[in-house]
Structure formats: C-alpha cells, structure tokens
Design a protein around this ligand. Structure first.
Ligand code: ADP
Ligand code: MG
Length: 246
C-alpha cells in the first residue's frame, strides 16, 4: 500500500530573488518502508521533509498522505491530522525539561485527551518494548543524548502514526549512541512495521535504511535499494555521494 505520494512537488522561496528549492519531485513511499533522503548541504532535504510534515507549504504539486491531502486542511483539522498521522523525531530531541521522560513520551496522547490509565498502559508496553523503562521517571538532564533520542522515537510512535519523519536524528550523537538509535529505528521498522522517512547527511546512519533517495539541487538524482549487506550498502552510498559532489 502507498502511504506517501509526492506529485510534481515544487517549492520556491520568494525573496529579493526567488529561489526554487524543490523542482518537480515525484516520489512514492510504501507501507513499511525505511527510507533515507541524502544530499549535499543546501540541496533541499529539510525543505522536503518540512513540506511533507505540513510545517511548510508547497508552491505547487501535491502531497498525498494515507489518501488525504493535508495541505488542503486548515485549523483543527490540520492539527488533528498531524497528531494522528505523523510522528516526528528531531536532531535536538525536543524533549521538555519540565516533564519526566514518560510524560514527554505520552504528550501526543495527552493532547488527544486520552484517559490517564490508557496512557500509562501504552507507556508501559512501549517503553518495555523499546528497552527504555529505566528512564521514564527521569528528567532530560539525567539521561544521555542516545537515551533522549530513544525516548523521542517512543514519543514519535506512541500515536501509531502513518509515517515517522526524522530530520538528522543522529546529528548530535556519538558513534555508540548512533548505533543504539539506528538499531531502534530498525527494530520498530521490522517488528512494528513503522514506515520511516529520515533525512541524514551521514552515510553510516543511512546504511541502516533499506532505500536511499539522493537529491541534488532540489531534484531526485538517484535512488538505491539495500539488496546487500549493510557494509556493502555503505560503500555504495559513498560512491553515489562522490558522484553528486557538493
Ligand atoms: P538541506 O536540509 O538539504 O541542507 P534546506 O532544505 O534546509 O537544505 O535548504 C535548501 C535551500 O533553501 C538552502 O539554500 C537554504 O538556504 C534555502 N532556504 C531554506 N529555508 C529557507 C527560507 N525559509 N527562506 C529562504 N530560503 C530558504
Ligand atoms: Mg537540513
């Protein structure tokens, strides 16, 4: 099943000079895929993710997510769409210091008005499954970056979104934490069938994914699939990046 479809998607920033960041992007992501978007700095990766996540609007073209067109929604309908259909993971974790880690994880459910008992049950099940039950009563300053990002992933999927979106999720992590976080993304993709789309400029991080879309100057330059070991896939990624330049 197709979860996400981008049709002739373009984005132009209007300023003193107008600048076309995304040029006629056509792309389909199917249910259960684990996809990375790569490309040089400034190639439009974050813009693409922001347009998909409805943070930003396309100049032309369509985003179809789970058979809906979120950019046609307004106000409460749009907020509700985001809470139900989307999960987000950010480079800087974006956990609130004033809440416990557990409270952070269930925040999307709190906003939906779910009863406390139901939230506690979901939190218990998910935190055990993800191996983070030891940190749910802690606060942000008591945990490592890797633990914070694993909590952020839990928050990203607690509402069972149609797609999990992540922008540079390992950008602030050391290599050990990068392994922990990417192993967790892999696990939830394999076991929970969470469709995941991430932006990364790190070849090692991308090598965990099953498909990579390379963009250059706002256009899709190439796509590759992992029908090989992660080590061989990593080498292939380096090769494509050397062809892109930038
Ligand atoms: P990437 O994530 O691949 O590094 P971005 O999508 O952040 O690239 O940015 C692509 C290009 O669009 C860059 O040249 C950037 O300067 C420009 N850009 C990004 N956001 C804006 C904005 N809000 N207004 C004008 N230009 C922008
Ligand atoms: Mg970016």
């Amino acid at each position: 099943m197709e979860i996400l479809k981008l049709i002739n998607l373009s984005k132009t920033y209007e300023g003193k000079v107008s600048y076309k960041v995304l040029k006629n992007i056509n792309l389909t992501i199917r249910e259960g895929e684990f996809v990375a978007i790569m490309g040089p700095s400034g190639s439009g990766k974050s813009t693409l993710l922001n347009v998909i996540s409805t943070i930003d609007k396309p100049t032309s073209g369509q985003v179809i997510l789970n058979d809906k067109q979120p950019h046609n929604l307004k106000g409460d309908h749009l907020s509700s769409f985001r809470r139900k259909e989307l999960g987000f993971v950010f480079q800087n974790f974006n956990l609130l210091d004033t809440l416990t880690i557990g409270e952070n994880i269930v925040l999307p459910l709190t906003l939906e008005g779910l009863p406390v008992n139901d939230m506690d049950e979901k939190l218990n099940i998910l935190s055990k499954k993800l191996g983070i039950e030891n940190i749910i009563n802690k606060r942000t300053f008591e945990i490592s970056g890797g633990q914070a990002q694993r909590a952020a992933i839990a928050r990203g999927i607690i509402n069972s979104p149609s797609i999990l979106l992540a922008d540079e999720p390992t950008g602030n992590l050391d290599s050990k934490s990068t392994d922990d976080v990417m192993n967790l993304f892999t696990k939830i993709n394999n076991e929970n069938k969470v469709t995941t789309l991430m932006v990364t400029h790190e070849p090692y991080t991308a090598s965990f994914c099953n498909r990579i879309i390379f963009i250059k100057d706002g256009e899709i330059f190439r796509e590759i699939y992992k029908n090989k070991s992660r080590e061989e896939f990593y080498e292939e990624i380096l090769l494509v990046l050397s062809q892109i330049g930038g």
